[in-house]
Design a binder for this molecule. Structure first.
Ligand code: COA
Length: 481
């Protein structure tokens, strides 16, 4: 009888695994076995040496191995991963079950949880129709003003925008902005934002504080409990002092603060930095904040770009799980980041502009992209990233209850989720906020998490994933505690 003809052995019960874990000298209160783990057959000669015995090493023998992965929870509430093999040793028709052959030592790093989220949404919203009407006037004016160059073939006539295209191509129906009047003014096509004096709170710090206050209230914390602020955004109001340090002062936090920019992936990259700081003990209560004033760097003059972005700010509180005051917490089971250089999304505004001799095309100094190339290249990259992260963490895609994906394009999210789940997801599995908010850069996946998590139950798994310029991609696997 060959190993493949042999009857499948029953998967060992959670009780057997729990007992095996106890034999290793640890007390566990909960063991959740990865039901997707499957038996694999190996010829006796090819198995791991610890399974070989001289007497059983015959040509007619085989070892069937089942890689078991289990989440275990200590009485303290700390959760971790354990992995081991359960085997069946076949000689002819007879088999012996071997349990708990090896343990992978568990990480001793403390568990970290998201204990609060907050969202600042501007009170002004622009519909596609309003945006199209304004750009149509501006485009007709521009074509008229440049009639001679267009006739001479020196410039290309600009085509008019179309609201139906926007919704069909992107799924975006409206967006919030800090100043609607300036954006819709065909002579301006940019928000009118006040220049504040040095003793006033900057605009970016102000919206950050609004989102942080909500997140701290959820966590049962005040600014005085915070000892680290990481501000991540696609564009930061000034070079220095860090806006994060201004936010730290405004909320009365201790410790340290810094700004960072990985474009649309800034939230997940700052979450990983926060998790690392909490695990290392360099902070005990971290605020991650993503104030995205996209309207100030969006190009409202070009039909390819004018509809893409909206303004918003999100905030998260992260703490070691043992320190959490709220029971509504989300344990971070794993973080994974990835970057790969591309010129397909760029913004060349920077401190070197004034020192450059060659004149820059004004459209280079705000957001620009080759959207079609981004779509084609980023979707497979992100699907593979999530699949690899889930596989390495021992969580099959089917066990994930919800994906809170970056909100840039509805079709893009459907394609990515299909690459992970093997089918188009239900809205409930991959919630959408971009119809109302448009692309809010790094805030997008966190807005989805903020608005669409209350219905999940203890033990439910989710993935927060952002992606964008760089290219960059970050995923955070979380479990409702
Ligand atoms: C931007 C995006 C919605 C455009 O959709 P698309 O189907 O790729 O459309 P294309 O860019 O190929 O444009 C198709 C046509 O529509 C036109 N078009 C673009 N915007 C338009 C608008 N507002 N109104 C009417 N037509 C428009 C284009 O000029 C092009 O015209 P052409 O065929 O005459 O050249 C889509 O590519 C996308 O979302 N990409 C990913 C973006 C992303 O994730 N970026 C990350 C940033 S953080």
């Amino acid at each position: 009888m060959s190993p493949s003809d042999e009857p499948q052995a029953a998967a060992p019960s959670a009780m057997a695994i729990s007992n095996a874990a106890r034999r290793e000298g640890e007390e566990f209160t909960h063991v959740k076995v990865d039901e997707q783990a499957r038996y694999a057959s190996y010829p006796a000669s090819g198995v791991h040496e610890s399974f070989m015995t001289r007497s059983a090493s015959t040509a007619r023998s085989a070892l069937r191995l089942c890689p078991m992965r289990a989440q275990t929870q200590r009485p303290s509430g700390q959760r971790q991963f354990r992995q081991w093999w359960i085997g069946q040793w076949w000689i002819g028709q007879r088999s012996t079950t071997l349990v708990s052959m090896s343990f992978v030592p568990a990480s001793t790093a403390p568990s970290v949880s998201i204990t609060g989220t907050g969202l600042f949404t501007p009170d002004q919203s622009i519909s596609n129709d309003e945006l199209v009407a304004s750009l149509s006037v501006a485009t007709e004016r521009w074509n008229e003003e440049h009639g001679a160059e267009i006739a001479a073939g020196e410039l290309e006539e600009r085509a008019l925008p179309d609201g139906a295209f926007i919704e069909k191509a992107s799924g975006i129906a409206s967006r919030y902005v800090l100043d609607k009047v300036g954006v819709l003014d065909p002579d301006r096509m940019a928000p009118a934002l006040e220049t504040r004096s040095e003793d006033q709170l900057s605009i970016q710090a102000e919206i950050a504080v609004a989102a942080i206050e909500e997140a701290l209230a959820q966590a049962g914390r005040t600014g005085a409990d915070v000892d680290a602020v990481i501000l991540g955004a696609s564009n930061i109001q000034r070079a220095y002092p860090a806006v994060a340090i201004e936010v730290q002062m405004a909320i009365g936090a201790k410790g340290w603060a810094y700004d960072m920019n990985v474009a649309c992936s800034s939230a997940t990259f700052s979450i990983q930095a926060a998790v690392d700081a909490l695990k290392n003990g360099t902070a005990s209560c971290v605020v991650v904040v993503n104030p995205e004033i996209t309207s100030a760097h969006n190009n409202f003059e070009m039909r390819d770009f004018h509809f893409i972005f909206g303004d918003a700010c999100t905030a998260l509180v992260l703490e070691r799980s043992d320190d959490a005051l709220t029971s509504d917490r989300w344990e971070v089971l794993g973080t994974r980041l990835q970057t790969q250089f591309s010129n397909n999304i760029r913004n060349d505004a920077g401190f070197m502009n004034r020192a450059e001799d060659a004149e820059r095309e004004p459209h280079e100094l705000v957001f620009r992209q080759n959207g079609n190339r981004v779509f084609k290249e980023v979707c497979p990259m992100v699907a593979a990233h999530i699949n690899d992260h889930l596989e390495a963490s021992g969580h099959p895609a089917a066990s994930v209850r919800r994906f809170w994906l970056h909100q840039a394009n509805l079709k893009m999210n459907q394609l990515i989720a299909k690459g992970v789940l093997g089918r188009v997801p239900e809205t409930d599995e991959a919630p959408v906020v971009l119809d109302e908010y448009a692309n809010t850069s790094s805030a997008g996946s966190i807005i989805a998490f903020h608005k669409h998590r209350a219905d999940l139950a203890t033990g439910d798994l989710g993935v927060i994933c952002s992606f964008g310029a760089g290219y960059s991609c970050g995923s955070i696997i979380v479990e409702k505690a």
